[in-house]
Design a protein around this ligand. Structure first.
Ligand code: NAG
Ligand code: NAG
Ligand code: NAG
Ligand code: NAG
Ligand code: NAG
Length: 465
């Protein structure tokens, strides 16, 4: 008992001092807690955030210490978990102080200073990533049956669903825990793409079957386990690349408004909330693989013949404008609805300085990741799209955003980018490539870990933007 007490007093002093220092003296310009404006998520996430609970715990302890000469020694697993998160936040705040000019220790992270420009705050991101590696644990619900639960496509346009799910369920497993009481977040491992495939006897635009499935799944796990009800789903996440992901999530109002939704369709005009949801990159894998052409882009000094390139169908609101102005019009800006039979899509990308990535029916476009692989600077033509990993990456350091109204002047806009600026952007593209790369098994800092890191930030309730 004596030893326990002394240990506790030490720990208490340490925590108290560090909280005091952190709360009172350290500046906040690099970090702030997300100020979620959503009714449910605001209160629940704050309740979850750990800092308050820790302060509360310290308050209780000091109170009883002063008045009754007792200290609370036994901590619940939950308290310990929240303390771990509080420590991670504290470490991140200290890292944030080092500022953006310092490069992280090279033993950990081998990028050069120029490449650091692609991060909002390289040190802070790096510290956050390390903290995630140290403690982050995900529980994957085992309930539900194949094919819609525990499986997802690993081919074609929605392949990121399957690649993430399989890595999470069957990967090296560093982040997965089989003990739900030890988890920081809970994964609902269903696939919206497979729902669309298996729940519809004939094609239809009625989203009711999706909503019903999701609603039933949440009812199942919330009646069988205590975790969902505790937070109304605030520490739960779903992941969907299918366009209908947001509609499916509407099957349960708390899933929609409170949980972390990891979505390719990250359209803020359709309820995507960047403070709690996570944008997911769309990666088109024909036959389940990245085209070998994209694996080895030409050397940095190779000339690229075309200023800009796009090929694709007349989908959604933006592409008709693009095609109207540029289809088969110009030798430098190559825009096609249908590529001629004898020319190859990826060769065009590898031969272009800028690759146009207009939204289609939905905001996400697989062209963005393909451009990054091809080391072709992406030109984002979209609206209300929250870009993947924009919580830590500065997209302006490796892409160009063009407003719709500038589409008629596209050639002028792209020609006006000075060569030195273009080199910087291209260098940026090379630097972020690893964050969009799929590996089997997953590797540090790759796309799987970046998605997980975005989820980790939402769970910490910290906004690095
Ligand atoms: C969670 O709440 C729902 C609805 O209030 C209830 O039906 C269910 O039994 C609760 N789950 C648990 C595990 O208590
Ligand atoms: C979820 O948010 C929508 C839009 O803000 C709102 O209409 C709906 O009532 C909310 N549902 C819950 C349960 O808060
Ligand atoms: C969508 O974008 C338009 C213009 O770019 C902007 O005025 C509007 O506020 C945005 N809507 C949301 C929900 O972010
Ligand atoms: C590019 O650089 C390599 C060596 O770094 C050199 O061998 C090659 O000739 C250069 N190519 C061009 C087009 O300048
Ligand atoms: C985003 O959502 C709004 C509202 O539903 C829609 O009008 C718009 O077309 C969507 N954006 C894209 C690029 O699909």
């Amino acid at each position: 008992m004596r030893i326990c007490c002394r240990f506790f007093v030490f720990q208490f002093l340490f925590l108290f001092l560090s909280l005091f220092v952190i709360e009172c003296f350290l500046p906040w310009q690099f970090m702030r807690f997300a100020d979620s404006n959503l009714k449910y998520s605001a209160s629940l996430r704050r309740q979850l955030s750990g800092q308050n609970q820790l302060l509360q715990a310290l308050g209780d302890a000091s109170h009883s210490n002063n008045n009754r000469g007792e200290v609370r020694v036994v901590k619940s697993r939950e308290e310990k978990r929240e303390e771990g998160l509080a420590r991670a936040r504290a470490a991140m705040r200290i890292a944030a102080l080092a500022g953006t000019n310092l490069t992280p220790p090279t033993t950990y992270y081998d990028y050069d200073t120029a490449a650091a420009a692609v991060y909002r705050n390289p040190r802070l991101f790096y510290q956050s990533y390390l903290e995630m590696e140290k403690i982050f644990k995900v529980y994957v619900y085992q309930d539900g049956d194949l094919p819609i639960v525990h499986d997802a496509p690993c081919k074609d346009i929605y392949s990121i669903e399957g690649r993430f799910l399989h890595e999470m369920e069957h990967g090296v497993g560093r982040f997965r825990t089989n003990n739900p009481t030890a988890a920081h977040v809970y994964f609902l491992p269903f696939s919206v793409t497979w729902m669309v495939k298996y729940l519809y006897p004939k094609p239809s635009y009625d989203v009711t079957p999706l909503k019903n499935f999701v609603s039933d799944y949440v009812r199942l796990i919330s009646s069988k386990y205590p975790f969902w009800n505790k937070t109304h789903g605030a520490d739960h996440f779903m992941l969907a690349c299918h366009d209908w992901g947001p509609y499916a999530s509407d099957g349960n109002p708390f899933l929609y408004n409170t949980s972390i939704r990891v979505l390719c369709n990250a359209n803020t005009s359709e309820g995507f909330n960047p403070q709690k949801d996570v944008p997911l990159p769309e990666i088109h894998l024909y036959g389940g693989e990245v085209s070998p052409k994209l694996l080895s882009p030409p050397p940095d000094n190779a000339t690229r013949r075309y200023l800009g390139f796009f090929a694709g169908g007349m989908h959604g609101p933006i592409r008709p404008i693009l095609l109207h102005h540029w289809e088969n019009r110009d030798n430098d800006i190559r825009v096609y609805q249908y590529l001629p039979k004898d020319v190859d899509y990826y060769s065009f990308m590898l031969n272009s300085k800028f690759c146009l990535c207009p939204s289609g029916y939905e905001v996400a476009s697989p062209r963005i990741v393909e451009s990054i692989y091809a080391e072709c600077v992406p030109v984002i033509l979209s609206k209300n799209y929250t870009l993947p990993f924009s919580d830590v990456l500065r997209w302006e350091a490796f892409s160009v955003q063009v407003d719709f109204s500038d589409i008629p002047r596209l050639k002028e806009v792209l020609s006006a980018v000075p060569e030195s600026e273009y080199r910087k952007l291209k260098h940026g593209v090379r630097a972020v490539r690893r964050h969009f790369t799929l590996n089997q098994p997953a590797k540090r800092f790759d796309v799987f870990h970046m998605i997980l890191h975005s989820i980790w930030l939402r769970r910490l309730d910290i906004d690095l933007r």
